[in-house]
Design a protein around this ligand. Sequence first.
Ligand SMILES: Cc1cc2nc3c(=O)[nH]c(=O)nc-3n(C[C@H](O)[C@H](O)[C@H](O)COP(=O)(O)OP(=O)(O)OC[C@H]3O[C@@H](n4cnc5c(N)ncnc54)[C@H](O)[C@@H]3O)c2cc1C
Length: 532
Amino acid sequence: MVDLLIIGSGGAGLCAALSAKENGCDVLVVSKTYPTHSQTVQAQGGINAVLYENDDDINLHIEDTYKASCRLSNKDNIKTLCENAKDSVLWLESIGVPFNKDENSKIKQRKFGGTNKKRTCYSSDYTGLKIIHTLFDQCIKNKIDFKNEYFLIDLIVENKKCYGAIFLDIKTGKIENIYSKSTILATGGYAGVYSNNTTNSLSNCADGTAAALRAGVKLSNIEFVQFHPTALENSNILISESARGEGAYLVDSKNKRFIDELKSRDEVTKAIYEKLINKDKVYLDLRHLDENKINKLLPQEKRIAFEYTNIDITKELLPINPAAHYSMGGIKTDKNFKTNIENLYACGEVAQSSIHGANRLGGNSLIEIITFGKKAGISASNNSKNMKSIKNIESITSFENKIENIYNLPNKINFYEKKDLLANELFEKVGIIKNENDLDDFINFIDNLNSQLPNMGILDKSKIYNKNLIDFLEFLNQIEISKIIALCSKQRKESRGSHNRLEFKNISNEYEKYSYALIEDELLKIGFEEIS
Ligand SMILES: Cc1cc2nc3c(=O)[nH]c(=O)nc-3n(C[C@H](O)[C@H](O)[C@H](O)COP(=O)(O)OP(=O)(O)OC[C@H]3O[C@@H](n4cnc5c(N)ncnc54)[C@H](O)[C@@H]3O)c2cc1C
């Protein structure tokens, strides 16, 4: 048994681990990849904080975040985030994150969408990568224990209390129950379920969100999926907002600008999407920017464009389209990062901690994972300190049967083909603009898919490093959470932030509420509740 089990080794998980360890708690961090492979390494553009109050104001950061959320957030939580942001960035710098500096050694900041201030601190366009490497170094220095290549299957929950989690050791195929006094879920977001149309990594497929749902954890605002305006056409690899932050234009096929590039992401995405469905094309235009500036501040964007499209952004237009990018919804937490299940906490993109609401500002996720990751580590470790041991764990059965059943399923239907189909249907019917018919169609499609599952087994029956099995487990989670996105989208009969309904074009006061999805007494309940 461990004091604190942290599931997920991205920025949120590592920050939670460091603060819990400092708080005198034994910590074990378990994840299906390695820290240096987490989604956080892909964050390019930067991290928001008001550093110099003569140029900016914390109240403006609070207002910008609240405005972007379209009033679906908690101002006190936003205040906590924004007031602690400066300390978080300075802490990152103190442990070694190499932020870009000006000639007076002040951390440089760039402007992101949805704000008039230069508030985004950056490390060239490799900000997330530098942050993760630095945090991981600190974890090693602080002797934090890791188990890598362990796949979360389910949480151990009984009578609304969490006792740890059940994992598949990917290396050996063995099932292991890890018991803990407190558990933090930091498994990242669920936008990766749009697998063919997302900027997210392949492994980002809602595993933690789905395991939480199965265990009776309350999910919130799942319909709010952010589509990033600028992903490379076809491959959907992200071209960071830092490009527009440094002055890139968006132009149509007539070479005309059609939107203020630094409006919030939902607005820019909608403007681009309208062009695309009217058979126009949209390009990112960086040709007018100084080449030295591009080489210095946007080297990764330049390299990605060249490697994946053979386009030199200093001389040519770059074709782009929007792609699913970030999940504003997630596991509902209170201001102490607690879920509705005792001893279970959540932080980072997997959590809905009442910050982003209907639309997230670029740069606000990194600051959330660092600031709230650290705070979640303190809350959960304090909880562990107050507990002597865990009761009743003997009654919890092993989940070996669940995996054994998958090995025994016949392979009459190829689930990889179905996975592709699912991602395409999801994008088309539960994408940037949704309507009732499409949502109903999609829900039927999922029900049909579920009925075919008993014939969709895995071909590879080996135990060691069985990628086929992992892909299948991820596919099951993808099905579960895709359906929740559609169900929550259906019940929100308005357009707000990233959620757009064709039949209900305006924001409606009636829906100034959080949606929720929760399994209680084996029944899925979907509804609305007051903002908390
Ligand atoms: C391309 C890209 C660029 C971005 N740029 C920015 C930016 O510039 N600024 C900004 O603020 N935000 C940015 N974001 C968003 C930001 O990077 C993420 O929201 C943030 O990094 C999420 O961190 P996290 O720690 O919550 O999760 P992650 O970094 O996603 O880590 C999740 C962890 O959970 C583990 N895990 C998942 N499933 C399982 C399982 N079944 N079993 C065990 N472990 C599991 C994973 O292995 C991983 O260790 C960007 C996102 C993308 C995709």
